[in-house]
Write a protein that binds this ligand. Structure first.
Ligand SMILES: [Zn+2]
Length: 248
């Protein structure tokens, strides 16, 4: 694997950095079909077929390998979530379905993903720019294995119910989510699931708090049709996306 000298973004040592994925390698395997996936630039309403899986020199080998177990565990969980049976009739958001997951593992994955997106220089992640304070807070949590409580960087996972977007990766962004009471959230759709992570300073989630991953491991898995969500529908060229998907 190609290496360069530099400062590890996690342990801050001046050392050899390895090239690693901004989001896990398995996720790229999951979304790719014949080496390509559908990339959706949400704010620009652009859809394209891409093959790059976004690697960058962010960490030293020791730090990078420290997250292998987390990423492996999430790969297995992700497949289980997507295989979760859907109720007949395709009801959406207010569905009380849940699974139990290892809290620290899933929360660490969420923080790791948010942090790597923010420190990445890749243009795909340009809309995920956290303040230096938040970046440093995430770095310390990851470095010391302290992902924190359920109300810090609250994680919600929704599953796309149409099933037509499994080969799709959307540009992640930090945005206001009209489903909630306002505030800032990482919004990221990839491979059939829609992740939302609250950024410090976001107000109380109100009725949406019932979808937050809890410390006892309870993870609600509500269904959404992402194309019917107002903030996506307004931005996406839905028909074009659907045509792209049907070709995939
Ligand atoms: Zn390091």
């Amino acid at each position: 694997m190609k290496t360069v000298r530099g400062q590890c973004r996690l342990c801050l040592a001046e050392t050899t950095l390895i090239r690693s994925h901004v989001v896990p390698r398995w996720l790229w395997r999951h979304v790719k079909d014949n080496g390509k996936y559908i990339a959706v630039d949400v704010p620009r309403a652009e859809v394209s077929k891409e093959q790059s899986d976004h690697q960058e020199h962010l960490m030293c080998r020791h730090c990078d390998r420290g997250f292998s177990a987390v990423e492996g565990a999430i790969e297995r969980l992700f497949s289980q979530w997507l295989a979760f049976p859907s109720p007949r009739g395709g009801v959406s958001i207010p569905v009380d379905r849940h699974v139990y997951v290892p809290y620290e593992t899933v929360k660490t994955f969420a923080l790791l993903t948010l942090w790597r997106m923010s420190i990445s220089s890749h243009s795909f992640y340009a809309r995920v720019r956290l303040s230096p304070d938040v970046e440093e807070d995430l770095r310390l949590r990851l470095r010391h294995g302290r992902p924190g409580s359920a109300s810090e960087y609250s994680l919600m996972v929704f599953l796309e119910q149409s099933g037509g977007l499994k080969k799709t990766m959307m540009t992640p962004m930090i945005s206001h989510d009209p489903l909630s009471a306002g505030g800032q959230f990482l919004l990221w759709f990839c491979g059939g699931a829609y992740f939302s992570i609250s950024i410090p300073g976001a107000p109380d989630l109100g009725s949406m708090s019932r979808f937050v991953l809890l410390e006892n491991g309870r993870l609600p898995l509500a269904l959404v049709d992402i194309r019917e969500q107002p903030h996506f529908a307004a931005l996406l060229e839905v028909r074009r996306l659907q045509e792209e998907c049907s070709l995939a």
